[in-house]
Design a protein around this ligand. Sequence first.
Ligand code: DAK
Length: 259
Amino acid sequence: MTHILFTKKGQIAIALIDRPKALNALNSEVLEDLNTLVDTVLADEEIRVLVLSGSGEKAFVAGADIGEMSDLTKAEGEAFGKKGNDVFRRIETLPIPVIAAVNGYALGGGCELSMACDIRICADTAVFGQPETGLGITPGFGGTQRLSRLVGPGMAKQLIYSAKNIKADEALRIGLVNAVYPQDELMPAAEKLAETIARNAPIAVRACKRAINEGLELPMDEAVQIEEELFGSCFETADQKEGMGAFLEKRRHEPYQNR
Ligand code: DAK
């Protein structure tokens, strides 16, 4: 990967989007690297949580690459949008949780990328926004859909129609992020949260992700059926036996084995 710095710390994978000359803006190469990142994570059974952030202190991702997009034809624009949408959807549906640690500008495609992650936390310097209507386009990487689902249609419409950016405290207030940290505490906080998640039974965590994501698309009667099936499937796992056994025996459970 040319534009993603990838490291592993035990069961946690950390990926930093790294395109400093353009504030980590998403061009075709970065989108391809994100695809490779998903492939890498899927191929490694040890990884239980992925943390996604931007390299440097200024930007998470300052949007899709405006230079690359400016001359697109209608067909090319659709193809670029599909490329982004496909990889964002792959991130959203990765079996393991993905935490976006938003360390600065998260504009346009950057805000959209953070919204394809399961959990967003940010630095107090972070700035969010969907500036597309100010550039003559619509959000193209799922912003109209995911922002409405996350903060409600009224607030999403205000942000998208006005193209106005918001700071970290406002993002927290409207529920776009779960927590705000001083810049130098952001990655330690993201890793701590990732480690907390990684200690829980991985099959159960993955089942919860599926139940929440798939259930949100469905009427409640069908959604609870998904939960029922996934709940039932946990009882075939060794980790469930160990977790409940440890409780009943009044001891700490052994580290979960992902089986
Ligand atoms: N694309 C390309 N280069 C960018 C960039 C971007 N999004 N953002 C920043 N850069 C580059 C700048 O051009 C500059 O490059 P040099 O001039 O040094 O060569 C360098 O990064 C540093 O930026 P600045 O000098 O501007 O830094 P400042 O601190 O002054 O300002 C800023 C930081 C983030 C406020 C500013 O750079 C800015 O406003 N950037 C653009 C933010 C933006 O509008 N982002 C949203 C892009 S639109 C679709 C598919 C996708 C999308 C839409 C439709 N379909 C297919 C339908 C997605 C759209 C977007 O994401």
